[in-house]
Design a protein around this ligand. Structure first.
Ligand SMILES: *Cc1c(COP(=O)(O)O)cnc(C)c1O
Length: 429
């Protein structure tokens, strides 16, 4: 029953609901989320951060992984904060009554309008990404008569072994201030001198889909040294450290994620050790898991349409969605497991290339995926699509974005409605 998945009477169940029935009831493509899996991930993180940081820590759900009102309600209900990367995400969170003080605002190129929106709405922390932003934000805060809590995003110079497009800790990266060149120290000095910004701490996020604790431990020790360096040079000892997200999940059997508690245990031990060596008080620690909170909690259901066998080459099994609802194979070559939901007990000895219906040869959900022998009309379930699928979906080819339903103990409810043709032309003039 891993990830809320189960099998009964040859059908795939998810969160206690028969996925074949869900496909019938709501239509396909359909995103399905298991609320219990989401909540358990939030609790796991919260309990382990409380335990390993002696209550002086906070989990922020990185909401770009899957942003909709219901997700912000669940995060709030579980007592965690959120990280956002645009005024649109902040707006969504606030419209779900998410408390502003528990929101972090990131981004490498926030507009003035976004900064004003965040300051006006008393967003808890803004994570500054470049020098100009220090001045811009200081001015905006001054004009609005507010003091803003800020962190600075630092590139700690760590190469997390993950895909080039999702690693962000090394120097050649568009995010943040470089530690190695002294840029980060200059930025800290500048921000600390401002009138309207309160520098509470520093942030780093070294990448995504990371499976080992070492890069995180290394980041913790590098960041602790940086806090000490800034304290020595400016007399300002920050009290917060945000170590970002990036904890890996299982997409296929090739992935072997560690229990989150193990990250927390190892990294907290390293941070406490470093702080002791540096005679620093241990800062309040924030982590920002996105993928690992919602990824395994979601699946996508499609209906199989055309099946095309090219002898000695491959068989294309086409579904009624594609890169418009899951662009991750096209973007990164990301791998997924899939199965035929109405043939869940049948042997998966058919090797398929699962194709979408968009007008691109690269519109694939995956290659060499083992499934039961497919027939037109079958329901195909692609697993672990909860993160970076709906949030990366598009209307390419004027596809309508699928609905999302949340299941809990066998009961389902719509949390995002399926787009209609009307929606498609609603902004056309
Ligand atoms: C994307 C991102 C995260 C979340 O990464 P996951 O791999 O989804 O855990 C956290 N923090 C920042 C700043 C990010 O950009």
């Amino acid at each position: 029953m891993e990830y809320g998945l189960g099998i009964k009477n040859n059908h795939l169940y998810f969160g206690g609901a028969d996925t074949v029935e869900l496909a019938k009831q709501y239509g396909t493509p359909l995103y399905v989320f298991d609320e219990r899996v989401i909540r358990e991930a939030c609790r796991d993180y919260k309990n382990s951060i409380d335990r390993y940081y002696d209550g002086n820590g906070m989990v922020l759900y990185a909401s770009k992984a899957f942003s909709c009102k219901e997700m912000y309600r669940i995060a709030n209900d579980e007592g965690i904060g959120v990280d956002t990367v645009s005024a649109g995400e902040i707006y969504t969170a606030l419209s779900a009554d998410f408390p502003a003080e528990n929101i972090f605002f990131h981004g490498n190129n926030k507009t003035d309008a976004e900064l004003e929106y965040a300051v006006e709405n008393n967003i808890g922390h803004i994570v500054i990404d470049d020098f100009l932003e220090i001045d811009r934000l200081n001015n905006i805060a001054g004009q609005l008569g507010k003091t803003v809590n800020v962190m600075l995003r630092i590139k700690p110079g760590i190469d997390a072994h993950t895909h080039d497009f999702i690693k962000t800790g090394q120097n050649d990266c568009k995010f943040g201030f470089t530690l190695e060149t002294g840029e980060a120290l200059d930025a800290a000095k500048k921000a600390i001198r401002t009138e309207n910004l309160n520098v509470t701490g520093f942030h780093c996020h070294i990448g995504s889909q990371i499976f080992s604790t070492e890069p995180f431990s290394l980041a913790a020790s590098v960041m602790a040294s940086f806090i000490a360096r800034v304290a020595n040079e400016t007399g300002h000892t920050v009290s917060e450290l945000n170590l970002g997200g990036g904890f890996g999940i299982r997409y296929t059997d090739e992935d072997e994620p560690l229990p989150y508690a193990e990250f927390m245990n190892k990294v907290s031990a390293q941070l406490k050790y470093s702080c002791k060596e540096l005679s620093l008080p241990v800062p309040k620690v924030f982590i920002e898991p996105g993928r690992s909170i919602v990824g395994p909690a979601g699946i996508t259901l499609y209906t199989v349409g055309s099946i095309k066998t090219i002898p000695n080459i491959r068989t294309y099994v086409s579904v009624d969605g594609g890169m418009s609802d899951n662009p991750r194979y096209a973007l990164y070559g990301a791998k997924y497991d899939a199965l035929i939901a109405n043939k869940a007990e049948e042997p998966d000895d058919f090797i398929a290339t699962i194709a979408g219906k968009c007008c691109e040869s690269g519109d694939l959900i995956g290659e060499n995926i083992k499934i039961a022998t497919p027939e037109t009309g079958d329901v195909l379930a692609v697993l672990a699509t909860g993160a970076y699928n709906y949030s990366m979906a598009s209307n390419y080819n004027r596809m309508t974005r699928p609905a999302a339903v949340m299941v809990k103990d066998g009961k389902s409810r719509v949390i995002i409605k399926r787009e209609t043709f009307e929606d498609l032309i609603s902004k056309d003039v």
